[in-house]
Design a protein around this ligand. Structure first.
Ligand SMILES: *Cc1c(COP(=O)(O)O)cnc(C)c1O
Length: 413
């Protein structure tokens, strides 16, 4: 990210992109493999003596362009794009953890992530959930088997905010990196590495793509963590790379072998989607704030949105989120039936299980995203039987307010 200009200018004019014909956008290298003139040349590529591409699961120029862009926005030393956000989380964890190792994770995580941590138990990787990721709690839960602290910056949908500096302090005292899923915050609202996080993950399917047209994920390495190779045994073969060890093992080993690469066309769509990330987030956050305030006036529903002064994490809006509250808001309606009635009568919001689209999306999480999650874990994630989740889009604010407030009032009759 250029330091001497604003977010959008830096995003759009990051210097020469170095595309082969000076294209203004990365060409879509929609190929599986790359041809070489001699066997010696291809040998050089495989032995990393020469930079180049061989096979698109291992690397592809369209992916590189997308990775460089997000890496710059987050201020990392390198990024690896993945087939999905879940694939990014899986690869990042498996890069650090072996059977017998432990992760400390925040509560209120994305349902898929909770599911993944359950799956990892069967591979011998144990997750300890912390009610808050503050320094003291992390220190009290950490032990010789701990390999990472994992949390969401703004949890989806509970809207708990992680104090990154606090969590980083606790993780670093315990000798492990802090991994932040920053999907709901986006690099426009916050750059976790600048607050002390070590690894940043995004589901690019959401705000970074923004158009709801491709699933993807990315892992960005901040490059500041000093790996202790006695503790992080999974990286010990990569010791010679020092601070790059996580990234090198990820790219040449775990990520490559898991086979969770991003498709070139998805990288292209997500690259062009990201062009408008700043514009969209500004509009989305303004809309969400206005909609939250309008709904908050309705006495029999309870609104959960970060910029509301009553929100327990309101203090973090200025401290870590540049004054924005993000694009997700929830409200409780009193009953599941009423939640369904409200959702079904909305004119503009689409009923869909996604967030981060330019279109406003709405869902009843308890009967969908959390259908396979224990009730106690679901409630810890801020989801109740009467919760409606809204992913606010870029529509005209007045229309959204009229639509939602009208549906809430109509549902009383
Ligand atoms: C959607 C989401 C994921 C998973 O990403 P996919 O691209 O759907 O695999 C992970 N974390 C958060 C916070 C999400 O919202």
């Amino acid at each position: 990210m250029k330091k001497d200009c604003g977010f959008n200018t830096g995003l759009l004019h990051a210097g020469s992109q170095g595309f082969p014909q000076n294209e203004i956008l990365p060409p879509v290298s929609q190929v599986s493999a790359f041809e070489y003139g001699s066997m010696e040349e291809l040998e050089c590529i495989f032995s990393h003596k020469k930079m180049g591409y061989a096979y698109s699961r291992i690397g592809n120029p369209t992916l590189t362009a997308f990775e460089d862009r997000i890496n710059r926005l987050e201020g990392g030393i390198g990024a690896v794009s993945c087939s999905s956000g879940m694939s990014a989380i899986t690869a990042a964890i498996l890069n650090l953890c072996e059977s017998g190792d432990e992760i400390i994770a925040g509560r209120g995580l994305y349902g898929g992530t909770i599911g993944l941590f359950h799956d990892l138990e069967k591979l011998g990787i144990h997750t300890i959930f912390a009610d808050v990721l503050d320094s003291r709690t992390i220190e009290s839960l950490a032990n010789g088997r701990t390999r990472a602290v994992f949390g969401e910056l703004i949890s989806n949908p509970s809207l708990n905010v992680m104090d990154i500096a606090e969590a980083a302090e606790g993780a670093h005292k315990a000798g492990v990196p802090l991994i932040v899923d920053s999907t709901t915050a986006t690099p426009y609202i916050s750059t976790p590495i600048s607050f002390g996080a070590d690894i940043v993950i995004h589901s690019t399917s959401k705000y970074i793509n923004g158009g709801g047209n491709s699933i993807g994920g990315i892992i960005v390495d901040g490059g500041k963590f000093s790996w202790d190779f006695d503790r992080h045994r999974s990286l010990s073969e990569f010791k010679k790379y020092g601070k790059m060890a996580f990234l090198v093992r990820l790219r040449t080993d775990i990520w490559e072998n898991l086979g969770g690469c991003m498709a070139p066309m998805n990288a292209f769509l997500s690259f062009i989607g990201a062009d408008t990330l700043g514009l969209r987030m500004e509009r989305i956050c303004e809309n969400a704030d206005a909609l939250a305030r309008a709904l908050d006036l309705e006495e029999d529903i309870t609104v959960n949105y970060l910029t509301l002064e009553s929100h327990p994490y309101h203090g973090y809006v200025e401290k870590q989120l540049k004054g924005y509250g993000g694009g997700i808001l929830n409200f409780r309606t009193g009953s599941r039936e009423r939640a369904f009635r409200i959702i079904n009568s909305l004119k503009y919001a689409m009923i869909a299980s996604n967030i981060g689209d330019v279109r406003t999306l709405v869902i009843h999480p308890a009967s969908t995203l959390y259908i396979r999650i224990d009730r106690s874990e679901m409630e810890a994630a801020g989801v109740y039987d009467d919760t409606v989740r809204v992913s606010v889009g870029i529509e005209d604010r007045e229309d959204l307010i009229r639509d939602f407030v009208g549906a809430v009032r109509e549902s009383r009759k």
